[in-house]
Design a binder for this molecule. Structure first.
Ligand SMILES: Cc1cc2nc3c(=O)[nH]c(=O)nc-3n(C[C@H](O)[C@H](O)[C@H](O)COP(=O)(O)O)c2cc1C
Ligand code: SF4
Length: 404
């Protein structure tokens, strides 16, 4: 399977990314007109029928989330686009917002219309200056055409300040509210109590872009690509020892070897070396060895079988010369620095893992690391602490990937 272009605009589309012409060429004005005549129940039914799952990492069914926010009681409701994107090796939302900001924005407007929100936020990673300008230009155009404004939905852009934890949904709400970006204890979930205690729908940029193309077409069109389990396409961010690093859009079900080797995708491992390992899904992802990569495809059941998940779609490629204990030490430092420190298992656990990694004793202390990992998974408040040991444990489970 080769690259397809649905979420990312086709090369023959020449109009400016934030223009009225682009809105029409991509079918997004049609999408907005179409949903303005639909009931919320019908919109939710279409989203559910498409099978779209969240692209921010957890793959939660989007229709279910919309239904929950729609049904929640509250005089105010909010929708949020999560463009914090600070996961290691993940840069697909940046590319999407640079090339086609109208897709995610139109998805956000559809979401707001559906759940009954009059206010929406775009929360952008602090370093994404160009993205902010692009979004601001796109919003200005949507304001002039009447899709954004006091009589429809007001949209506000907020910039993060460089903390990975601010991408966690409840930490992000605290940040928007002007507080420290510390995750809240769940439940209550954002669908019931999110921003300022009101029901809030938060979605990843790519999820919202999927919503826009779904309503620009229909469920049948949407399902032309993908697998029985997961319809549609996925953006993957390829980095590391790969000839053609970058963001590619591929159908769910594409073989991982195709993504790494096809000439119009990754194009093979650099400098004629062999594959050592792939870290799939970012910092909280799983290392897969060459044999597992050969047998797996980009869909949830196939990767579940290999004990992995797609996560955000990051694929970091390491050739067979790379010492993974060095990589794991860098990752351990990342988590120790990014833990917000609010709960003990994560604050102390990430430090202990870093100490063990720095002492060069990963293999000999594997039992201690497993126990630490279990405690962090069981007792941390949020996904950062719960998943910080996952990549490390995936290497301990595959000792053949370590060279020492
Ligand atoms: C530490 C941490 C960082 C996260 N960062 C992001 C992020 O940058 N972007 C994102 O969409 N989701 C991120 N998430 C997941 C969000 O909490 C949330 O589940 C997601 O935005 C929901 O959108 P989706 O259903 O469309 O995937 C992060 C989660 C954790 C635990
Ligand atoms: S798990 Fe870590 S990042 Fe999450 S709340 Fe606890 S200390 Fe903070």
């Amino acid at each position: 399977m080769s690259e397809v272009r649905r979420l990312l605009p086709r090369p023959d589309i020449q109009s400016s990314a934030t223009s009225v012409e682009r809105l029409t060429e991509r079918g997004f004005d049609h999408a907005l007109s179409r949903i303005s005549t639909m009931t919320s129940e019908d919109i939710i039914e279409e989203v559910s029928a498409s099978g779209i799952k969240g692209r921010g990492g957890a793959a939660f069914p989007t229709g279910l989330k919309w239904s929950s926010v729609y049904k929640a009681l509250g005089s105010e409701k909010y929708v949020v686009m999560n463009a914090d994107e600070s996961e290691l090796g993940t840069f697909k939302d940046r590319v999407l917002l640079e090339q086609d900001p109208l897709g995610p924005l139109v998805g956000l407007l559809i979401a707001a219309h559906c759940v009954g929100a009059r206010k929406a936020f775009c929360y952008i990673r602090g370093e994404y200056g160009e993205v902010e300008q692009n979004l601001a230009d796109a919003l200005e155009m949507l304001r002039m055409t009447g899709w954004v404004g006091p009589h429809s939905v007001e949209v506000e852009i907020r910039r993060g300040a460089g903390a990975y934890i601010a991408g966690e949904e409840t930490a992000l709400f605290n940040s928007i509210e002007g507080k420290r970006p510390e995750p809240r204890v769940k439940p209550p979930f954002p669908t019931q109590k999110g921003l300022w205690g009101s029901p809030t729908l938060i979605q990843n940029v790519e999820t919202l872009a999927n919503i826009a193309i779904l309503f620009a077409h229909d469920v049948k069109w949407f399902k032309e690509y993908g697998t029985q389990d997961t319809a549609g396409t996925k953006l993957v961010a390829l980095s590391g020892h790969i000839r053609r690093p970058g963001v590619y859009e591929v159908p769910f079900g594409t073989a991982l070897t195709d993504i790494l080797q096809k000439a119009d995708l990754g194009g093979s491992i650099t400098s004629g070396r062999s594959l050592g390992a792939v870290l799939l899904g970012g910092a909280a992802g799983t290392f897969l060895g060459p044999k597992e990569v050969e047998n797996a495809s980009l869909d949830y059941p196939s990767l579940n079988k290999a004990g992995a998940s797609i996560g955000s779609g990051a694929m970091m490629v390491f050739d067979d010369t790379v010492d993974l204990s060095w990589v794991l030490t860098r990752m351990a430092r990342f988590f120790a620095e990014e833990s917000c420190g609010q709960c003990v298992p994560c604050r102390i656990g990430t430090r202990r893992i870093l100490e063990i990694a720095e002492s060069g004793n990963l293999r000999t202390r594997s039992q201690d690391l497993r126990e630490l990992g279990q405690a962090m998974r069981d007792a941390s408040i949020c996904g950062l602490g719960q998943t910080a040991p996952v990549a490390l444990l995936s290497v301990l489970d595959r000792p053949e990937l370590m060279h020492d």
